[in-house]
Ligand binder design. Structure first.
Ligand code: FAD
Ligand code: SF4
Length: 396
């Protein structure tokens, strides 16, 4: 059943039209009409001053999995035999969540030739490691990885499962959530616990980054979230720490319908933005591809890498591998220098965790100055060369 509008009570104020996040309300002959785009979110009913809108309660299936689920898990991905930094970051955050929930922190690692992986995971904070080491898992493959992780979830019933919002996580974790019949919040920038309800509060930018939404998964388990690299702080390394190792064997039925024939290194430019300590970013203010030469010179002088806004990338002044922000990379370097960057919210979500932010912009009202620790109002073509010559002077 759809939204019910009481035409007697409606005064035609149109507040519901503006309130609908799905553009589902339109005024027809001074009365609101609701289209099929309606999701029954209730935003229109909330703003109606006359109480003219009623949204029917959606009946949701009862799910009692919350009562039996226990433990916080981190999916520890392995890429070319290495665990990326995001695994340590997730375990750091997972430890904080597990302590609040007073449960164990588990790590799941799948692959082949995993010698030493469990020890690394204990050192990063895991209390228990579930390790499946099998030739069928030698190359990452959504199909079989998903089957094994979903089976472990069904068997051990974790309360929370975190994974990196990496290409592997983004490809596999939605399938795992579907197989486990639970919800997933992708690309979280904040995770916390509601101690009373034992709920994972999953915060992420929504509606093009204009609002931060906190999402909960009240009844289905596990509560699943992916988190971008460099958003969470890693925990302290506990060298030599011991924990419980659960060796997972694959059954004969667990096999993939697809086969990896060859792994080809991406031909795209490889830019280590995520792990860089210094990032010098150019925005549309650099004026064109040649402006990035100056950005590159400053990056070289400071031992950093070149970042870019989507504005610059969309103008084809530089490749997408350099893009910082919501649809690019998230960075958290020690030093972030923004040259000719306005500071749109979609850019800020990708860099505001940086230790020190220096912004150069000729517009004193540019929003980048709201997050900058040092702001220089001026022409980047004068300021950046001045920085370069000062750096040269300092180095003799
Ligand atoms: P502009 O907004 O055009 O700003 C240029 C700035 O340069 C201005 O502030 C100007 O004052 C300054 N300037 C000009 N000349 C000079 C000079 N000589 N010296 C000093 N300053 C100068 N953006 C991202 O960056 N990353 C993302 O991942 C991203 N994802 C998005 C996702 C969605 C769904 C949407 C809708 C948008 C996304 N955007 C993203 C785009 C974002 O909204 C902005 O449009 C973009 O960040 C603007 O880029 P800019 O700052 O380079 O350009
Ligand atoms: Fe729009 Fe939500 Fe009202 Fe439906 S219930 S018309 S989606 S505001």
């Amino acid at each position: 059943m759809g939204v019910i509008i009481d035409k007697e009570l409606c005064i035609g104020c149109e507040q519901c039209v503006d309130a609908c996040p799905f553009d589902a309300v339109e005024m027809k002959r001074e009365v609101p009409e609701v289209s099929d785009a309606c999701t029954l979110c209730g935003s229109c009913a909330d703003v109606c001053p006359e109480g003219a809108i009623t949204v029917p309660e959606v009946e949701r299936a009862q799910d009692d999995r919350a009562a039996e689920a226990k433990g916080v898990w981190v999916y520890a991905e392995v890429r070319a035999g290495q665990m990326p930094e995001v695994v340590a970051e997730l375990l750091g955050q997972g430890r904080r969540l597990a302590e609040q929930l007073d449960v164990e922190l588990g790590a799941v690692v799948l692959g082949h030739g995993l010698d030493g992986a469990a020890g690394e995971l204990f050192a990063m904070g895991a209390d228990v490691v579930y390790a499946a080491d099998d030739p069928r898992l030698a190359d990452f493959n959504d199909d079989i990885y998903c089957q094994v992780l979903a089976r472990l979830i069904a068997e051990y019933k974790p309360e929370v499962l975190l994974a990196g919002a990496t290409s592997i996580g983004r490809s596999m974790i939605p399938r795992v959530a579907t197989a486990a019949a639970t919800g997933l919040t992708a690309d979280c920038t904040g995770l916390a616990i509601d101690p009373e309800k034992r709920l994972l509060l999953q915060t992420r930018p929504a509606f093009g980054g204009n609002i931060m939404a906190t999402i909960v998964c009240p009844s289905a388990r596990p509560q699943m979230a992916t988190v971008r690299p460099r958003v969470m702080k890693r925990g302290e390394l506990r060298q030599g720490a011991q924990g419980r190792l659960v060796t997972v064997s694959l059954s004969d039925e667990e096999k993939s319908l697809t086969k990896v024939l060859e792994v080809v290194q991406s031909l795209e430019e490889n830019v280590n933005l995520t792990g860089a300590d210094v990032v010098i970013t150019g925005g549309r203010g650099v004026g064109g591809p040649e402006g990035f030469q100056l950005v590159g010179q400053l990056a070289e002088a400071l031992g950093g890498v070149v970042g870019a806004t989507r504005g610059a990338v969309d103008s084809e002044w530089i490749g997408h591998a350099h893009q910082v922000g919501q649809t690019g990379r998230t960075v958290a370097p020690k030093l972030y220098v923004a040259l000719g960057v306005s500071g749109a919210v979609q850019h800020l979500v990708g860099m505001q965790g940086s230790d020190t932010i220096v912004a150069v912009n000729k517009d004193p009202n540019a929003p980048i100055f709201d997050v900058a620790h040092y702001g220089i109002v001026g022409d980047l073509f004068k300021v950046a060369p001045a920085m370069l010559s000062r750096l040269k002077q300092l180095r003799g």
